[in-house]
Design a protein around this ligand. Sequence first.
Ligand SMILES: C[S@@+](CC[C@H](N)C(=O)[O-])C[C@H]1O[C@@H](n2cnc3c(N)ncnc32)[C@H](O)[C@@H]1O
Length: 253
Amino acid sequence: MAWDPKTYLDFEDERTRPAVELLARIPHKNPQSVIDLGCGPGNSTALLARRWPKARLEGLDSSEAMLDQARRSGIAATWHSGEIPSWSPRKKYDVIFANAALHWIDGQEALMKRLMSIVAKDGVFAFQVPANFNEPSHALMREVAAEGPWAAKLEGVRNIVLGTLQGYYEMLEPLTSHLDIWQTTYLQVLTGDDAVFRWVSGTGLRPFLAALEGEERDAYAHEYKTRLRAAYPMRASGKVLFPFQRLFVVAKK
Ligand SMILES: C[S@@+](CC[C@H](N)C(=O)[O-])C[C@H]1O[C@@H](n2cnc3c(N)ncnc32)[C@H](O)[C@@H]1O
């Protein structure tokens, strides 16, 4: 199922905040070349443009819908349509930035090695990935998938592998001069009906819905929503609390 920039940006502030916090930890003062991998609609690229207005800035994404939105943003960047796993530029970059994008890619260790090999001397590779795949929001997605009449169709939907703090340290230690790794839980306060469902609809739920159609898809969504409401009850104030863990890495060459 294609990415939908509008659904994704329904929670723009919450989704962009980790990019702000990741960027704040990048020590590079004056990079010449910067790329935003999985730039999406350009919300993270805009931050890079503001921090380093003189840098040669690029954004890469595999979704045409997201890139269309990025191109319309007016950010002074060169936009590339492409897949991160097969991206092989001829030059190296002072900063490679990837906010909420690399967890879609299998083979994290090989990916770390390849991306570090594209970082210029004294450059930085910085990324953030969600680390909440064992929380109810994501566990219930898989649970409902495995239990219903749709189980066979959803069996092949990939389970995203959770990176760990120490795991990333071990992968990157031999390739870096300095590593800064941390994990944070954001207590996200959402409003409106089925807010957690709407949140995941913009990201992790897409492959599950894409594998089903018609009434079966509706039935899967209905059952998943029912369980989400029990796991994330609406408070008397109408707010829904959605704790969300994210893992950050800033790796200096
Ligand atoms: C959750 S959005 C992140 C957008 C933005 N970086 C931000 O900070 O909010 C993930 C983006 O990664 C892109 N993406 C996922 N897998 C990709 C891949 N293999 N190659 C290129 N882009 C990919 C998606 O198209 C999507 O735009």
